[in-house]
Design a protein around this ligand. Structure first.
Ligand code: ATP
Length: 779
């Protein structure tokens, strides 16, 4: 059954070597009761540990059922302990946080026996040791003798072949000792029982074979046996503990230390709480910012102007950049300026305009086409006919910088888009209220835009010939209904004998011309809400249709035709390059292609779709053929979005420090738990637990702690948002700023679990590596 061949086990500590087993050779019968007697320190426990596979021998061989154990791996020893060995210790070694029945079931739990079978076997084992009625108690509710009976039941439950008892009666009184001995004697009828004892009387009374031991050697054997080695018929069933079992085991352990567990969970949740609060605040602030931006920026158009800035240009090595070291070259490097490099000319053509027209009409209510065409307009200024204009430029100053900017950004322009179709909303009606007169009814109706205080640009009023002073009120009637004459190029310009064209100066005659178009101020309009503020600049605004009409009328005029054929300015003979000529032709109404296109999206998400559509046009096109757009609202959103993100990251980094602290703390706590549970680790190993199982038990414990602290943290963070919100409401009038995103909450719990498991895993590994024999000797 079991044979030891010249087994040696030496311990060397601090230079001295103890020969705990010094060449032990002995064989045991399948059923017998062997008592091992010997002085303290003679190596009896070491022998039991070696036989039980808790300790490895240094040399020699141990043969079980004909199989040598020389080549046994860790897993084989684990399975051997679990299947073939039952241990009974002097100090019972029951696991106090498990019930009696669970203690008895533990070995079967490790070998993956089903729940019903486990209960059945455990009950039978407890009945056998006479403890059926105490089955539902905890170990600390039993007497010493009863506890030892539980330990015997535990050793029996898995039906092992060998029962190893290390001074099983050492801690019991005489009467109880006798009862236990009787029980063990009974068992020896069906099993091999090897018992270490200091009590020769008990040994002689009960055992049928006595082996005397001294200094690691057998000195006497009352009933020796020589086994003939047959072919190996030894088979092992591997043990396997599921993570769920580990969880249950750890959960029970934590339950017995409720206070400490709760405190630990709370302490380690502080990191999660702070991150939770940071996230909910930044989340809320971002929502507020987005809301404000949607209100103010959603109506801003996407602009496609003829000259624009390429945002993608790499500005790292740009001229004047302050990066890198000083050059020591004795020469200079010519470079294009950043602005020049980034400048991109959009060649807007009919193909592109057709492409724009195909934008899904549900995404935009209006598309504006602004043109740089000059309007030849004459007005009656107190009986005098004079040229007037609808611009906001300072009178007699020529063009303004402002209009160049606004054509790029789409903000503060003076022409409004007309309805795309009957279903779409009217741009003016959507964004402006009439405060005098009416909305335009035809292309030749213009309107005066005023701000919330009814103020408008003084230059606009001066430019139509009104004699106004700053802050001097003007009645609506002075403006509403006012009429001007739009003069066609052929009337406005006259050809002189040199072949050049000059504007006519006989204004009265031109004014009276019957072919003129009449332009009327139909009404005064005021911004409706902050969202439409700045769309049209205060001053006169006219429809896209009006400029289209002017171009239509003048495209074939004499001056335009002449200008088309000449590379010089037909008015003053100045030489023109291609771009200047194009500009001049556009000014005279010679090109139907608009100078800029403004697409007004319905909302932010529709805008994204429009941008995707516009990007699609550029796919596969050469750089110079690409048409770039400006999305001012997008740029601004990105800026503020980036800022909020940056602040959030910094705050999370700070809060993260406390998370790391809690991770270290969990590590320390798990390590303490490992120390506290050393005995338990020993017992688990004696029952056949693998290293993996021990790691699992502690990993499971940290997993529970991690989930608990994560959930607690998230809950406290959530609860804190209420007082924070009421405080912020008092301070800033902003409602419900702090909002914990459920997704974030879940991620935080997961992070907490992972971090605590990492923190606890190292102590768990230490626990797994603990030597079982040493663990069981621990006090
Ligand atoms: N892990 C160890 N490291 C060093 N020495 C050890 C270790 N374990 C046991 N020993 C030594 O081996 C010898 C045998 O110890 P063992 O516990 O087997 O004796 P024992 O006969 O069971 O003693 P007792 O009857 O007092 O329990 C002792 O001298 C002990 O100091």
């Amino acid at each position: 059954m079991l044979a030891l061949r010249n087994i040696k086990k030496y311990y060397t500590v601090g230079g001295t070597t103890t020969k705990a087993l010094d060449g032990v050779s002995v064989s045991f019968r399948r059923q017998e009761f062997v008592a091992i007697l010997g002085a303290s320190g003679s190596g009896k426990t070491t022998l039991l540990n070696v036989i039980g596979g808790l300790d490895n021998y240094d040399s020699g061989d141990m043969i079980i059922d004909g199989k040598s154990t020389k080549d046994f791996k860790d897993g084989d020893w684990d399975a051997y302990r679990n299947n073939s060995i039952g241990f009974v210790f002097q100090s019972y070694n029951l696991i106090s946080h498990l019930g009696i029945i669970e203690n008895v079931e533990l070995g079967m739990t490790l070998s993956g026996v089903s729940k019903e079978k486990k209960r059945q076997h455990a009950t039978a084992a407890l009945e056998r040791v006479g403890l059926a009625e105490h089955m539902h108690k905890k170990p600390n509710q039993l007497s010493g003798g009863q506890m030892q009976r539980v330990a015997i039941a535990r050793a029996l439950a898995n039906d092992p072949d060998i029962l190893l008892c290390d001074e099983p009666t050492g801690a019991l009184d005489t009467e109880t000792s006798l009862q236990i001995m009787k029980l063990i004697k009974e068992l020896s009828k069906e099993k091999l029982v090897i018992m270490v004892t200091h009590n020769p009387e008990l040994a002689y009374d009960y055992a049928n074979r006595i082996i005397e031991f001294s200094d690691g050697k057998i000195t006497n054997d009352s009933n020796p046996y020589t086994e003939e080695i047959h072919d190996a018929k030894f088979k092992l069933k591997r043990t396997k503990m599921s993570f769920f079992t580990a969880l249950k085991l750890s959960f029970n352990n934590l339950r017995t230390k409720k206070g400490r567990t709760l405190l630990t969970a709370f302490a380690s949740s502080i990191g999660i709480i702070s991150i939770g609060i940071v996230l909910s605040l930044s989340n809320g602030f971002q929502k507020q910012i987005d809301k404000t931006q949607t209100e103010t920026l959603s109506k801003f158009p996407i602009t496609i102007s003829q000259i624009t800035t390429d945002q993608t240009i790499n500005q790292k090595n740009a001229l004047g950049s302050d990066k890198g070291s000083y050059s020591n070259k004795k020469e200079i490097t010519p470079k294009q300026s950043e602005q020049d490099k980034a400048q991109h000319v959009n060649h807007i053509n009919q193909e592109y305009i057709d492409y724009i027209k195909k934008i899904n009409p549900s995404l935009t209510n209006s598309i504006g086409y602004s043109r740089t065409v000059a309007m030849n307009i004459l007005g009656d200024v107190n009986g005098d006919i004079k040229p007037i204009s609808f611009s906001n430029a300072t009178p007699n100053s020529g063009g303004s910088m402002e209009s160049a900017m606004s054509s790029m950004t789409g903000i503060g322009i003076s022409s409004f888009p007309t309805k795309l179709n009957n279903d779409s909303k009217d741009f003016l009606k959507e964004n402006y209220n009439v405060i005098a007169g009416e909305y335009p009814t035809s292309a030749t109706d213009i309107v005066l835009i005023v701000d919330r205080q009814n103020a408008t640009n003084i230059n606009a009023l001066k430019n139509i010939g009104l004699n106004v002073k700053e802050n001097e009120p003007l009645p609506f009637d002075d403006i509403v209904g006012k009429e001007f004459k739009l003069i066609s190029n052929n009337t406005y310009y006259q050809k002189i004998p040199t072949g050049n064209f000059i504007p006519n100066t006989d204004y009265q005659k031109m004014y009276d011309n019957t072919g003129n178009t009449t332009i009327r101020v139909s009404g005064i309009l005021r911004v409706k809400s902050s969202s439409s503020m700045n769309l049209l600049s205060p001053g006169f605004a006219y429809s896209n249709e009006l400029t289209a009409k002017i171009v239509d009328e003048n495209e074939q005029s004499d001056i335009v035709k002449a200008q088309r054929d000449s590379n010089k300015n037909v008015m003053n003979n100045e030489s023109l390059d291609a771009q200047a000529k194009d500009n001049l032709l556009a000014y005279l109404g010679g090109t139907s292609i608009p100078s800029s296109i403004l697409i007004y999206p319905n909302n932010f998400s529709d805008k994204e779709q429009i941008l995707t559509y516009l990007d699609k046009y550029n796919k596969g096109k050469d750089k110079e053929d690409r048409i770039l757009y400006t999305d001012l609202a997008g740029t601004m959103t990105q800026l503020t979005g980036g800022l909020m993100d940056a602040i959030t990251y910094v705050l999370i980094a700070f809060a993260g420090i406390s998370l790391v602290t809690s991770m270290i703390m969990i590590g320390i706590i798990t390590y303490t738990s490992v120390l506290e549970r050393t005995k338990e680790i020993g017992v688990l190993k004696a029952l056949g637990a693998r290293k993996k199982d021990i790691t699992r038990v502690f990993d499971a414990e940290t997993c529970i702690l991690g989930i608990a602290s994560g959930s607690l943290g998230v809950f406290i963070a959530y609860a804190t948002t209420f007082p924070i919100n009421s405080l912020l409401y008092k301070l800033t009038d902003l409602k419900n700023v702090a909002q914990l995103n459920p997704k974030h909450a879940l991620i935080l719990v997961i992070i907490s679990t992972i971090l605590t498991m990492i923190g606890g895993h190292i102590p768990a590994r230490i626990a797994a590596k603990k030597d079982a024999a040493i663990a069981l000797r621990a006090e």
